[in-house]
Design a protein around this ligand. Sequence first.
Ligand SMILES: Cc1cc2nc3c(=O)[nH]c(=O)nc-3n(C[C@H](O)[C@H](O)[C@H](O)COP(=O)(O)OP(=O)(O)OC[C@H]3O[C@@H](n4cnc5c(N)ncnc54)[C@H](O)[C@@H]3O)c2cc1C
Ligand SMILES: Cc1cc2nc3c(=O)[nH]c(=O)nc-3n(C[C@H](O)[C@H](O)[C@H](O)COP(=O)(O)O)c2cc1C
Length: 771
Amino acid sequence: MRIAVIGGGPAGLYFAILMKRDRPEARITVVERNQPDDTFGFGVVFSDQTLETFERADRESYKAITDAFAYWDDIEIVAKRGNEVATHRIGGNGFCGCSRRTLLMLLQARARELGVELEFGRETMPEDFPDADLVVAADGINSAVRQRDLEHFAPTIDLRPNRFAWMGSTRPFDAFTFFFKERPEGIFIAHCYQYEKGASTWVLETDPETFERAGLGAMSEAESAAFMEEVFAEELEGHRLITNRSMWRRFPMMRCARWSKGNVVLLGDAKATAHYSIGSGTKLAMEDAIHLHAAFMRGGTVEEALARFEGGRREEVEKIQHAADVSLVWFEHIARFWDMPATRFAFGVMTRSKAITWENLSLRAPEFVEESRALFEEEVRAQGLPAVKGAPPMFQPFRLRGMELANRVVVSPMCQYSATDGMPDDWHLMHYGARATGGAGLIFTEMTCVSPEARITPGCTGIWNDAQEAGWKRIVDFVHAHGGSRIALQLGHAGQKGATKLMWEGMDQPLPEGGWPIVSASAIPYFPNSQVPREITRAEMDRVRDDFVAAAMRGARAGFDMLEFHCAHGYLMASFLSPLTNRRTDDYGGSPENRLRYPLEVYRALRAAWPSDRPMSVRVSATDWAEGGVTDAETLAIARAFAEEGCDLLDVSTGQTVADSAPHYGRMFQVPWSDMIRNEAKVATMCVGSITSADQVNTILAAGRADLVALARPHLVDPAFTLHAAARYGVRTACPPQYRWGQDALLRSAVREEAELMELRRKARPKRHAV
Ligand SMILES: Cc1cc2nc3c(=O)[nH]c(=O)nc-3n(C[C@H](O)[C@H](O)[C@H](O)COP(=O)(O)OP(=O)(O)OC[C@H]3O[C@@H](n4cnc5c(N)ncnc54)[C@H](O)[C@@H]3O)c2cc1C
Ligand SMILES: Cc1cc2nc3c(=O)[nH]c(=O)nc-3n(C[C@H](O)[C@H](O)[C@H](O)COP(=O)(O)O)c2cc1C
């Protein structure tokens, strides 16, 4: 077999090593345009987990790397605001740093020893190897091989706004250290770690406005290093910054639709990048090499091996890229978190990419988690609430106006599609009753419709007549009498999604018969085959507003503790807010202010009718997940506008406004918008969406990304989600006396099971590779 590798970076060299070791008969050439020791960059970092992968892949190079690395266990977060410096050190994060130059030299030596041909100082392309069975384009982020065939590889590049420069120093570190520093120009960040004796990497980062104000764009490499030396003078402790092609750049998030063409395959940075803030691109590049090698070891043709490589590796690369994207976005929004208490800020840094959570931090750094917990408890106490001593954030109380919640867990609104003529019946009593006895602090009703025409489906509940009001009162009374939950009424009007089938018969699909005429902000059908709604007239808008008010008054009489105004998911109010569903040319369409006008008018009327000591929330779709939809700035404006009208809480959902949206699902995927609204618009928020564990709930709350956390689907199968979670944390939540023995038993067994689980996790941790 004849293999040509273009580029002698970590990806190309490591692949050549693995292949030559296992296929000694293969002729493998690596061609590198630079000289052997002519390398840029300073250090690279690997986690314990990555080192374990390297150890399995090739013991020889693993040993050479681990003989030459610097190892640390802690992450240190140092934030300097004004004259105040806060330092947090979090242990249990085994990492090693190694000089990029040393790494490449070690890999070159290992490749040479195995018989790989190494050629330096020559730029090359696949056509230079007409007899090669396989050409590996490991030619880095600016890959000429990829760029020459854009149509095939179809890269998408998202150039991020923050500016960064890679520099070095001689200052030693015994922890991976993040410095955050406030200056008159803005906030500067340094990501620092030692990679060998007397040598450390300093990745310097700042937002575009600060970059501009500091005049960094106009400075030479040396001038910018001098400027950054001044910014981080104290942190450098007398050491200098060292440059090596340390130009300020913007990070390109790059993905390719295809990774190979014929016998040519892209590897490492050439095919996908991952932001430096979650570990080096070097890790990704070397793990790519391991997977490509494994794909060849399973036999078959070159094409088959390349298809196997892409098929087996893509998901993992995309996962790492997603975590990296979430992490880089956190650094872009640093100003949002700047005023938080230092402990919460540090908790946010640690948990920014979702990989680290409350519970795995409890394993690594119990004192830091205790500090975060105590801060939360202290803040709750300062609000005059009965804080639960020693309990994690999810079991701390919360107050909105006169409504006090025993904990932060919420049953999200969920249509049951089980009503006849809008009437809540035994099913609803059982459904809401079971969840109330299950311990959640707050329970939302399903979207309850303000008139028969406002229903989504024939099975939706309503609150437009006396019988329905009485039906709801029976449920509210039950909830108040048993367990400790409060209950909120969600009021809505289906708009464009009205007259559709029950969920299990075809979600949002039009009723074949028995439908009713529907209205929306504009005459745009949801699906091409949906009923076309009529553009709602001003007179009808008056009537709908009055229907909402009448329904709210019935809700107040029924005893609901809170009222939610549904302005999400493409229903009537949402259809006004999104430019994709609102094409009106009158005062209610066009500019964001115009689109907000009607929902705000209804909100005001509701607020006036709803008892002043009871809170109100608004549910929004913070993004449409579609080109041309609401922007983040508009979402913030919407949140601020409702808050100014006295809205107590934003219930932050996303999407479902247009059928051709493309959401990026994933764990806790909507939390970033809750974070944005809570910390920029300064309104209390509730987040929701693929949140499935108590661990996630605590992580979100402790990082200050929401005030309440709602779970929908998890509550369908586990009405007692909160009781189970409380037992795990040893907290006794409200529980009806009939069930108390069950709770006692759960508390006893859960504490033991939790200890066993923690022990298993401790054992499953990657071993430490420290020398
Ligand atoms: C300025 C800079 C500094 C960096 N510093 C660090 C750091 O300190 N730590 C860290 O972990 N990561 C660093 N990175 C990122 C890291 O280098 C990459 O993520 C990682 O090296 C990817 O490995 P690779 O083998 O895919 O690509 P690369 O390491 O980029 O290797 C590609 C190689 O191909 C060669 N090449 C390109 N085209 C041709 C051609 N036509 N013919 C022959 N040779 C060619 C290049 O010279 C290069 O040596 C840095 C990146 C840059 C741009
Ligand atoms: C069966 C079902 C019915 C739902 N009905 C409503 C509803 O009536 N009103 C509403 O605002 N959201 C409704 N939702 C959305 C949920 O409240 C929640 O935002 C969504 O399911 C994401 O949360 P999860 O990942 O915890 O399920 C419904 C979701 C489900 C699964």
